[in-house]
Design a protein around this ligand. Sequence first.
Ligand code: ADP
Ligand code: MG
Length: 317
Amino acid sequence: MSQPRPADQGAESDRRSELIIEGLHAEVAGREILRGIDLRIRSGEVHAVMGPNGSGKSTLSHVLLGRPGYRVTGGRVTLDGVDLLDLPTWQRAQAGLFLAMQYPIEVPGVSLADVLAESLRAGGRDPAEVPALVGAEAARVGFDERFLSRPLNVDLSGGERKRNETVQLGVLRPRFAVLDEIDSGLDVDALRAVARRIEAATTEMGLGVLAITHYTRLLSELRPDHTHVLSRGRIVVSGGPELADELELTGYAGWAEEEEVVGAQAGAGGPSRLAGPAGSAGLAGSAGLAGSAGAGPPVRPEIDDPFGGPAGAGPGR
Ligand code: ADP
Ligand code: MG
């Protein structure tokens, strides 16, 4: 794994931001999925989040952006002190948060150009910039500019959708990006281009990144400063870039295990069979972020979905 990027290399370093997740608990369909997440991400940092299927990684991304149906039952999420959990999705996007969804959805009748123009206008930028910005961003990740006028994601391949998300990120210039398996569906060349574009954004625009992935091939270009393992709704171990390498060799054995089959003893909170902080000290030495299971603030109301469905989950759209 590569070395962490040099400090103070970034442009826009005058605009240091911080995304803080504290004791985040959330449930979906009446079942607790996130069970006390703590993360602190600063401008320019890349945090890789890895973990077995069903551990709550996508749920974390949805909760951060306020997807309807996901109910926060405790904890706080702030961006430079602004409490995001009280805001509807579009305001979270305006505050500087971006989500590249694991499965970008088709939006018939709305073009990429429409989406980006509206997003720039809402952020006080000039929508006339869109074609030039998209041209530059598309070239960086090998995305076909012809898609600009086509309905968003309609009939695009998985890899094209991921490049499309990356183009949107580059144009919108968020402060923090949550990338939910941005590597899935990309061929080797596209993966390298996308990872390089996002890595460059960490210095060009001071982007902070929460990168959910299973594979270090993403992380060889998008270099993590911190790696976290999420298991059964908690971060069970955190470390540096070497932890991702270690996981590639060992899998999650000893750190986490597959989530129970849906429907089986839902959210029972029985004795944890995870390797706890004691068991993990030998590898990363910095486990112990899994705490803060204490009582959080009152349950928040669900945010209304302005798009009438999961389609609203994406920021800046
Ligand atoms: P990961 O992204 O780590 O693979 P997810 O966050 O997608 O995991 O899912 C975590 C758990 O929450 C899984 O057991 C999944 O079935 C459940 N879950 C997620 N979303 C929903 C939903 N909308 N309705 C019911 N269960 C859900
Ligand atoms: Mg997922």
